[in-house]
Write a protein of this length. Structure first.
Length: 96
């Protein structure tokens, strides 16, 4: 299965609301960067899309999915609301 097409703001909203990454303060970049913290340990960093209505290219969505340590179908579930934040963190705990 491949990643579905989503608006940048949909991806941003899901990342911020479900994963609640710790946003890096004082960054001068176009995009926010967030640290994914699992049980007190930083396990990853993700580039957070801007709040635009434009459709994100699938290749960029794949990079975000990789940063989140998700397969394509899991990423779709995260954005489509069937994968919750706690379920996301449970997935990470089960992965090596």
């Amino acid at each position: 299965m491949s990643i579905n097409q989503y608006e940048e703001k949909e991806i941003r909203k899901s990342i911020l609301n479900k994963i609640d990454p710790k946003i890096k303060a004082g960054s001068r970049s176009k995009h926010d960067k967030g640290y994914i913290v699992l049980d007190g340990t930083v396990v990853g960093k993700v580039k957070i899309p801007n709040n635009h209505d434009t459709i994100m290219k699938k290749k960029k969505s794949q990079y975000i999915a990789q940063d989140l340590k998700l397969e394509d179908d899991e990423f779709n579930d995260l954005i489509d609301c069937s994968l919750t934040g706690p379920q996301y963190y449970d997935l990470l705990r089960k992965r090596p």
